[in-house]
Design a protein around this ligand. Sequence first.
Ligand code: FAD
Length: 286
Amino acid sequence: MELSEIYSQNFFGAVSDFSPKISFEIFPPKGNDISKLYEELRKLKRFKPVLVSLTYGANGGANRFSNEDLKSIRDLEFNLMPHFTCVSALKDEIEKHIISIENLGIENILALRGDIPNYINPEELDFKHADELVEFIKEKTTLSIGVAGYPEGHIECDNIHKDIEYLKRKIDKGASAIFTQLFFDNEKFYHFTECVRKAGIQTPIIAGIMPVRNTVQIEKMTSMARITIPEKLKKMLVKFPDDTKKIGSEFSISQCLDLIDYGIDGLHFFTLNHSDQVSEILENIL
Ligand code: FAD
């Protein structure tokens, strides 16, 4: 099912179904342990996700799902949205890639620029920003397109309004849904949503939720992407280092309940390929 169709109804979805729209992100497991990932996905199936998104390593190789993997995951009867970054390829390769996704019977794609590696001169890229990729995908395929949004602003942009102006270009060129960067401070998300709506963007905004399960990992991610960790959560993680997962789950439960109250369009869980913590959170919010 296409993004536009999935998110066309309001947050509570079909008339008979009062559950929020849930989706999951997975990444290619290290060491070819794909069967363990399938197992985790099967466990998450009972939450009836509207889609599963699959990350794409801008630097290639082991950080990408093969077409065979995509087929196998699709055959588990999930609606897929593979990610794609345009920094790592030239126009011809990009065209081949997006057509191969479409030929697999996949209907959606998350169109990203990706982080530009030091060894690449941005001026030499065929597509310098994700809006150009969106335009190209729209021209060459019938894929429904998701794009990234940043509730606290993208790291390279110091002005959130400018960032949203660029986000609008991605929408104007044909994207149907915005999937946000992870965040912990809902007020930042609400402010972002307000600014996006004021900028004239009516596209669904899907909130990126990352349950904390490893403090070092979360500190690294948040400092690299300039994401706020609320003081209370920070203090709890420091004070109870043996209870990280429990603290992370409790925080996500209350964060999601607040977002549901607000009436957001969907919750997108960065699962880190584990079903246990996300399941616990969903059992408490659905
Ligand atoms: P863009 O939309 O191009 O924005 C990048 C920067 O350029 C921003 O600062 C923006 O303000 C500015 N900008 C945008 N358009 C213009 C323009 N026309 N002119 C001038 N400036 C402009 N990375 C991966 O490698 N693999 C993944 O699978 C992956 N998945 C992600 C999933 C989500 C939900 C999110 C939020 C991010 C993901 N990323 C992934 C990270 C992403 O690739 C990086 O954040 C990257 O630096 C920016 O990509 P973008 O598509 O947002 O770029």
